[in-house]
Each structure stands twice: as structure tokens, then as C-alpha cells.
Design a binder for this molecule. Structure first.
Ligand SMILES: Cc1cc2nc3c(=O)[nH]c(=O)nc-3n(C[C@H](O)[C@H](O)[C@H](O)COP(=O)(O)OP(=O)(O)OC[C@H]3O[C@@H](n4cnc5c(N)ncnc54)[C@H](O)[C@@H]3O)c2cc1C
Length: 301
């Protein structure tokens, strides 16, 4: 890279990070995007619920975005993993897996989250294909299909209620003793929604498309789609190591301008919000880019 110091380093070059990079490139800022190339939706055959991009392969969206962003000659991108970061006066120094150290005045963390897969054989292979995190993204494609919901906590009832809008063939898997109250059980029964407490063993699938679910008690059930919300962790430990406040749900705390609790450090995208969508990630990245630029103008004017 040609810079001894960039205006901005962005860790994570996916929907939120590239959106921030675009706003900054168009503001003539020197930007280094460090991206390890593993967006959370990479296994999904088609992205939905994003206008002008409905049905697109996620990889194609990212490719097009990288191409557009790199047309701005102050924007640089490296395929690398940010390993650590430290503050040096008002600046940030980021060190990557390949051993580079790069400095910038501001840092934006758009590194996303990592879904933690349960120990159920076949689950990972179906993730994003027929095991779904969100009905807005993928519910239309499985309307009225034989659908399961895997939810083991107090969200189980509300999650089931929501998905019942998309399909009438619904079974709730609680993977052990049900967290439902008697009243909730009655409501589900009235609506013909089955509750299965047997523990899941494996998922039989063809190329990621669920066919049957096998339980530890030897029972099986045929299925075409499964919704679940997985536990997650931050992809990068850098925000926490720099002292960013992380909220109880595991998201980086930000204000309405995407500022974290550390001055000069911003965050956007999935690592900051449970509202997980491509358009939301783009919007928050775009906001972060604009407000980082504003902060630089304020400092320099
Ligand atoms: C299976 C699945 C399917 C989905 N389908 C849809 C859909 O159809 N429509 C929709 O609107 N939304 C969908 N979503 C949600 C959407 O994909 C996310 O909201 C969006 O990807 C978030 O963008 P992001 O930039 O915050 O993070 P991500 O897209 O996850 O990207 C994070 C980037 O940061 C990089 N990174 C991480 N750590 C480091 C590091 N230390 N150094 C350098 N780089 C790093 C990663 O490699 C990655 O490129 C889906 C999500 C999942 C999980």
C-alpha cells in the first residue's frame, strides 16, 4: 500500500464495510479495507428482500460492490485478516494475519458475526439453503412447505407465531423439555402446530435441502424447511480488546451515528444489531462512512 497513514481503516469488506468505503471514497478519503472474504450468508443460493438485487447470489453482489468501490482511487482493499489493533495517540494501528501493520486516523469495524452451529449432523450443510434465519429473507420461497422451527428458549412461542404467517404446516422442535407455558401449548394445539420435544440427532438432506429430521429416540419426520436463530459470537475480538462496550446480547454498542464507546472507532452491520439484513447492513455502513468523514472535517477545518 502507498500510505504511511490512511484516513480510515475498515475491518470487514462485505455489505456494511463496502458501503462505508463507498461513502468515504466519494469523500476523497484514503481508505484501506481489510477483508477475509467470509460473509455470513455465503452459503445462500439467492439473496432476497433487497430491491434491485432480489434473487442475486450473495457472492455476485459482493464482487460488484468491490469493483464499484475500487473505482475510487483513494480506496484500497487487501484480502487479509485483521488480528489485532491498538491505539497510538489518536490513531489506530491494525496488524493483520500476514504480518502487515497499517495506521489510520479512524477505524470502522464491519466484521459481522459468526453463527455457532449446533451439534446436529447435516445442519451446517443446510444452513442458508433450507435452514433459515429469517422469514423476510427466505420465507416466500418456502410458503406452506412442511416447516420446522428449532427454538429451545422463551422465544419459541413468538418465533412460532411469526412463522405461522408463512406456513400452515408447522412443527416446533424444542430439542428437549419444552420452554412453553401450558397456555402457550394450548394456543399452539388449537392452531394445529405440533410441538416435538425429542432431541435432534441428524438432518438428512440433498445438497443442503432438508428431507427428514432424525431424532435421538429413533423417530423421524419429513421436512422441507427449518427456521432457527443460532447463538453467535463477534467475528473479531478487536472491538472488545480496544475497550468497546458490548451489550448483554453480544452486540457492539453504538449511538445513532454508528459511533462506539471509543472515540474515533465506529461499527456497523450485523455486529451491532439483531436486525440482520443486507439492506440494513448497507444502510448502517453508509451512515458510518458519512459520519467518519464528518468527524474528519470537524477535526481539520
Ligand atoms: C445464511 C444467511 C442468509 C441470509 N440471507 C439474507 C437475504 O436473503 N437477504 C438479506 O437481506 N439478508 C440476508 N442475510 C443477512 C445478511 O447476510 C447480513 O445481514 C449481512 O451479511 C451483514 O453484513 P455485514 O457486512 O455486517 O457482515 P458480513 O456480510 O457477515 O461480512 C463480514 C465480513 O467481515 C470479514 N471479516 C470478519 N472478521 C474479519 C477480520 N478479523 N479481518 C478482516 N475481515 C474480517 C468477513 O470475512 C466478511 O467478509 C442472511 C444471513 C445469513 C446468515
Amino acid at each position: 500500500m502507498h500510505h504511511s497513514k490512511y484516513d480510515v481503516i475498515i475491518i470487514g469488506g462485505s455489505f456494511s464495510g463496502l458501503s462505508a468505503a463507498m461513502a468515504l471514497g466519494r469523500s476523497m478519503r484514503s481508505v484501506l479495507v481489510i477483508d477475509s472474504g467470509r460473509p455470513c450468508n455465503r452459503q445462500t443460493p439467492a439473496t432476497h428482500n433487497v430491491i434491485t438485487l432480489d434473487g442475486e447470489k450473495p457472492g455476485n453482489i459482493i464482487l460488484a460492490a468491490k469493483k464499484q468501490v475500487l473505482l475510487y482511487d483513494t480506496v484500497f482493499l487487501i484480502n487479509d485478516e485483521a488480528k489485532s489493533a491498538r491505539q497510538e495517540g489518536p490513531d489506530f494501528v491494525v496488524t493483520t494475519a500476514s504480518g502487515q501493520s497499517q495506521k489510520a486516523r479512524k477505524l470502522i469495524i464491519t466484521s459481522g458475526i459468526k453463527d455457532i452451529m449446533p451439534d446436529i449432523e447435516g445442519f451446517t450443510e443446510c444452513w442458508g439453503i433450507s435452514i433459515l434465519h429469517c422469514p423476510y429473507c427466505h420465507g416466500y420461497e418456502v410458503i406452506n412447505k412442511k416447516t420446522g422451527i428449532l427454538s429451545i428458549d422463551e422465544m419459541a412461542f413468538d418465533f412460532t407465531k411469526m412463522i405461522s404467517h408463512w406456513t400452515k404446516h408447522l412443527t416446533l422442535f424444542t430439542n428437549g423439555k419444552s420452554p412453553l407455558s401450558e397456555k402457550q401449548k394450548e394456543v399452539l394445539k388449537d392452531r394445529n402446530i405440533k410441538v416435538v420435544e425429542s432431541e435432534l440427532l441428524s438432518i438428512h438432506h440433498e445438497d443442503g435441502y432438508v428431507k427428514t429430521v432424525n431424532f435421538k429416540d429413533d423417530s423421524t419426520l419429513s421436512l422441507e424447511a427449518l427456521y432457527t436463530r443460532l447463538p453467535f459470537e463477534q467475528n473479531s475480538g478487536i472491538p472488545e480488546a480496544l475497550g468497546c462496550k458490548i451489550n448483554d446480547d453480544g452486540y457492539i454498542e453504538i449511538d445513532e451515528f454508528q459511533r462506539t464507546s471509543i472515540s474515533g472507532l465506529y461499527a456497523a452491520g450485523d455486529n451491532t444489531t439483531p436486525f440482520r439484513s443486507v439492506s440494513a447492513a448497507m444502510a448502517s455502513g453508509n451512515m458510518a462512512g458519512a459520519f467518519v468523514n464528518k468527524e474528519l472535517i470537524e477535526e481539520d477545518f
